[in-house]
Design a protein around this ligand. Structure first.
Ligand code: SF4
Length: 239
């Protein structure tokens, strides 16, 4: 039986701000958690018009020119589509197994607004976790997204707020996410990074910001753009 389609907000390559290396990014559509201060309000609506076959997403992945050091799945809330998410991750794992000749391993990182104890507590989500190398789990809490560096000394790197937990789930996950604050290029001084992407779609040109901005960064950016005469229009981080 074929899996249900995936509600997909967008897919992008290359992504360099959500996990180590050069990655493919897949954002699911639909989230009922509605964290205060969420920067991705455009992904909240579970719009059936955004449904795409899982195989189409896997075909897009297979068509990428490379390198692909990893795949990041974010949202929206990916775990609110468990059957489609499981099929997607199983497909990514199969694709990874076919690429064993590649010299650089490819990891699978999934973001969730649910805390890890909830994700690991049910059979369905446990099966999904078994397909991941790491998850970043927990709701976004705006006041725990410091303006500047993390009070404990390092930056939050791939986390949006300090309550979120990076949980490695495989040897590769432990290697890449075990102690990210101390890891190579992400060490002292690196801080959160944001990447800009432009999409020419049927509704016109859209600018995406990919990554983990610090609290207030997006408002600063839009006000600076407006001062320079660039109107931001609809943005995903305001009601
Ligand atoms: S931060 Fe993530 S989990 Fe929270 S409302 Fe936004 S999309 Fe949903």
């Amino acid at each position: 039986m074929s899996p249900p389609p995936l509600l997909l907000a967008k897919a992008h390559y290359p992504v360099t701000a959500l996990g180590p290396g050069t990655r493919a990014g897949i954002w699911t559509q639909g989230c009922t958690l509605h964290c205060r201060g969420c920067l991705s309000r455009d992904t909240w609506d579970a719009d059936p018009g955004k449904a795409v076959p899982v195989d189409a997403v896997l075909g897009w992945l297979a068509s990428l020119p490379g390198p692909v050091d990893g795949v990041t799945v974010s949202g929206g809330e990916p775990f609110q589509q468990p059957a489609a998410l499981e099929a997607l991750l199983a497909g990514i794992r199969a694709w990874r197994d076919d690429r064993r000749h590649e010299t650089i391993a490819m990891d699978i990182l999934v973001y969730s607004g649910y805390v890890y104890s909830r994700l690991s507590g049910s059979g369905t989500t446990r099966r999904i976790l078994d397909l991941c190398d790491a998850v970043i789990a927990g709701p976004y809490v705006d006041r725990l997204n410091p303006e500047g560096r993390h009070p404990e000394g390092g930056s939050l790197l791939w986390r949006g707020s300090a309550n979120q937990r990076i949980v490695p789930l495989s040897p590769l996950g432990r290697e890449r996410y075990g102690a990210p604050e101390d890891a190579g290029e992400m060490a002292e001084g690196a801080g959160p990074r944001v990447q800009v992407a432009v999409d020419e779609g049927p509704e016109g040109r859209r600018v995406y910001y990919i990554g983990i901005p610090r609290r207030g960064d997006m408002e600063h950016l839009t006000s600076r753009l407006e001062r320079a005469g660039v109107r931001s229009g609809d943005v995903s981080w305001r009601p």
